[in-house]
Ligand binder design. Structure first.
Ligand code: IMP
Ligand code: MG
Length: 185
């Protein structure tokens, strides 16, 4: 029989509180509102992880904005990405008359967003920027910077606020460090 754990058994400690997240999202929403006033803007959320951040972020943006989603999966183990990105769901609108912001949960190696940036750039949007909730700059394998970056975190595997371990724990409202005993033997 499957051994179902309590949610606390997965978690080491809170890294970013609900209040810190709210403040970060409000700040990014305000900056985007100011920067894109009078411009045709589309936010493209990266599923699955980006859905929580995107849904909070759009409610802090006070100008008309379109949104869409893409889904990607990267091959690898549950706590390490391989850098090989597979596009599972694309958007179905053209981008050549729009300003685009890609919305991600976290930048780690930078490989996913490098791939997505190239893919969207080829569709000739009016501009193309990246917005991420969290960033682990120490882990970068390629040079990549988000124009809108929320909170920098250390090199730890984190869960919650959209981020998963093996498909679960996305529903936690705070960002937690995953307990090492979960993936280290
Ligand atoms: P990158 O391509 O290495 O930048 O990885 C980006 C993707 O890896 C993110 O969209 C996440 O889905 C996943 N990822 C990276 N670090 C973490 C983490 O600490 N927890 C959960 N998922 C992560
Ligand atoms: Mg993931």
């Amino acid at each position: 029989m499957d051994n179902i754990k309590e949610i606390n058994e997965y978690l080491d400690r809170v890294l970013v509180s609900k209040e810190q997240i709210q403040e970060m999202v409000a700040d990014l929403g305000k900056r985007i509102t100011e920067d894109y006033n009078g411009k045709k803007l589309i936010l493209i959320g990266v599923l699955k992880g980006g859905f929580v951040f995107l849904s909070d972020l759009v409610r802090e943006i006070k100008i008309p904005v379109e949104m869409d989603f893409i889904a990607v999966s990267s091959y690898g183990s549950s706590t390490k990405t391989s850098g090989v990105v597979r596009l599972i769901k694309d958007i179905d609108v053209p981008l050549n008359d729009k300003h685009v912001i890609i919305v991600e949960d976290i930048i780690d190696s930078g490989l996913t967003l490098t791939y997505l940036k190239e893919m969207f750039a080829a569709r000739n949007p009016l501009s193309l920027k990246i917005c991420t909730a969290f960033d682990k700059p120490e882990r970068r394998k390629v040079e990549l910077k988000a124009e809108y970056s929320g909170i920098e975190i250390p090199d730890e595997y984190v869960v919650g606020y959209g981020l998963d371990y093996d498909g679960i724990l996305r529903n936690l409202p705070e960002l937690y460090v995953l307990d090492r005993k979960i993936y280290e033997k």
